[in-house]
Design a protein around this ligand. Structure first.
Ligand SMILES: [Zn+2]
Length: 433
């Protein structure tokens, strides 16, 4: 998932994200809560309407950013008091207010409020933190269940979603466009292609969204941008006996709230966290609290051991990783979703991922290099520009350098995941023979 911190993947317009085949992007609740504010986004129909993005969106709970503030925060059982990095003003996030903010922002997938345990931490601290995350997960779910009807695009109506066969975009270029929301089309602001279903194979457990559809196929009915107010909340409960983590049926179109597993670097605590979170019941589970300074080998060990305790039929999301090699490795272990600022942040610093490894475009050795950035990459940057030109743009601090570098890095990451999905599909089809 490309990271769009403040409802923007830095330097990249939404139409370019579509062209690159991004199916889902991530927004940061902490940043959006501070600016432009939840109510502003809600009035625009949620993030989809506000940023004119028809694909899927996931928001984090705000917890990770708040915990990164260190000097500016105070944690209690009730929640976290923190100061804005923008103007120093005081704010408070609790499981309830983090849910309220995420419901207002209106992403498709939202995250329970958790405490990201620092590294290193002793056993007592890791246990106390994990237990608080478990209590906060229960409070997050309770608030969500009581208020989910307040999402800007909530609906209890059966929606007419075109069948998959009719919505597939047989686009010659091989890149897949995400679903185009009917609201966007009806608003007349966009007139590109027909609604599409990503043709790439889903990963082992394709993220199931509240309509029982898949990421990229969900938002057939989001509100047209600019429509005033949110629809009145309906609290029509859908019978979901048996499985507390079951997704709502198609009669109840709302967000999917994922739980987060914590427990520091302790395998037993991770297991307990997984069991307690599963007991609360969510339609997807994230592994949080990793990539916080621990050695890579330890990250892998904890991911592997935690995965053993997570249901294989629900999406499994590893937060905040990684390099191209790591995302392939984690996908092989059974991770379905990942987000990382690395491709976009590295691009802005002139670090580019290629099929032959990472290169730093600022180096003088590229000043006369007429070749493409990556001869194996089909992105529009590699198809058109030379390394010499990209190096010149970077050396001249041109804005275009950041834009082109980011397009390539995102393309490289998205292609990597496309190959992962393809290999999973091949494996599955060979198993079914
Ligand atoms: Zn490229």
């Amino acid at each position: 998932m490309p990271v769009g911190t403040v409802a923007s993947v830095k330097g990249i317009p939404q139409e370019t994200l579509e062209e690159l085949g991004a199916q889902i992007i991530l927004g940061n609740t902490y940043h959006l809560y501070l600016r432009p504010g939840v109510e502003t986004v809600r009035r625009m129909g949620g993030l989809h309407g506000f940023m004119a993005w028809p694909g899927a969106i996931l928001t984090d709970s705000g917890g990770f950013q708040v915990f990164s503030l260190n000097e500016l925060r105070k944690v209690t059982e009730e929640g976290v008091t923190f100061r804005s990095h923008l103007d120093g003003s005081a704010h408070f996030f609790s499981p309830e207010s983090a849910m309220e903010a995420q419901i207002g922002l209106g992403a498709d997938i939202i995250m329970a409020f958790d405490e990201c345990t620092e590294y290193p931490a002793d056993g007592e601290r890791m246990r106390a933190s994990m237990e608080m995350t478990a209590r906060w997960a229960a409070r997050s779910k309770k608030y969500f269940e009581e208020h989910k009807g307040e999402v800007p695009w909530f609906s209890t109506q059966e929606q007419q979603i075109p069948p998959r066969s009719a919505t597939r975009n047989d686009n010659e270029g091989g890149k897949n466009s995400p679903t185009l929301h009917s609201g966007l089309r009806s608003s007349g602001r966009t007139n590109t292609s027909a609604p599409t279903q990503p043709a790439s194979a889903p990963t082992q457990a394709t993220p199931l969204l509240p309509n029982g559809g898949e990421v990229g196929h969900f938002q057939a009915s989001w509100r047209s941008p600019g429509q005033p107010g949110a629809p009145p909340p309906h609290h029509a409960k859908t019978e979901r006996a048996g499985d507390p983590g079951a997704v709502p049926t198609s009669a109840e179109r709302t967000q999917a709230l994922f739980g987060i597993i914590q427990g520091g670097m302790d395998r037993a605590l991770r297991r307990e966290s997984a069991e307690r979170t599963i007991e609360i019941g969510f339609p997807g589970y994230a592994i949080g609290g990793l990539s916080v300074g621990e050695p890579r080998e330890l990250t892998r060990e904890i991911v592997e051991s935690t995965l053993e305790h997570l249901p294989a039929d629900k999406p499994r999301y590893l937060m905040g990783v990684g390099t191209p090699e790591e995302i392939v490795e984690y996908a092989k272990l059974g991770i379905d979703m990942m987000d990382c600022v690395l491709p976009t942040r590295a691009a802005r610093h002139g670090l580019l991922f290629t099929s032959e490894g990472k290169i730093s475009i600022k180096q003088a050795r590229y000043a006369q290099d007429e070749g493409p950035l990556d001869a194996s990459c089909g992105c529009r940057v590699c198809m058109r520009y030379s390394r010499a030109y990209l190096r010149h743009l970077y050396a001249s601090s041109e804005v275009l350098a950041q834009v082109l570098n980011t397009i390539h890095n995102l393309s490289f990451y998205l292609d990597t995941m496309r190959r992962v999905r393809h290999s999973i599909q091949l494996e599955e089809s060979s198993l079914s023979l």
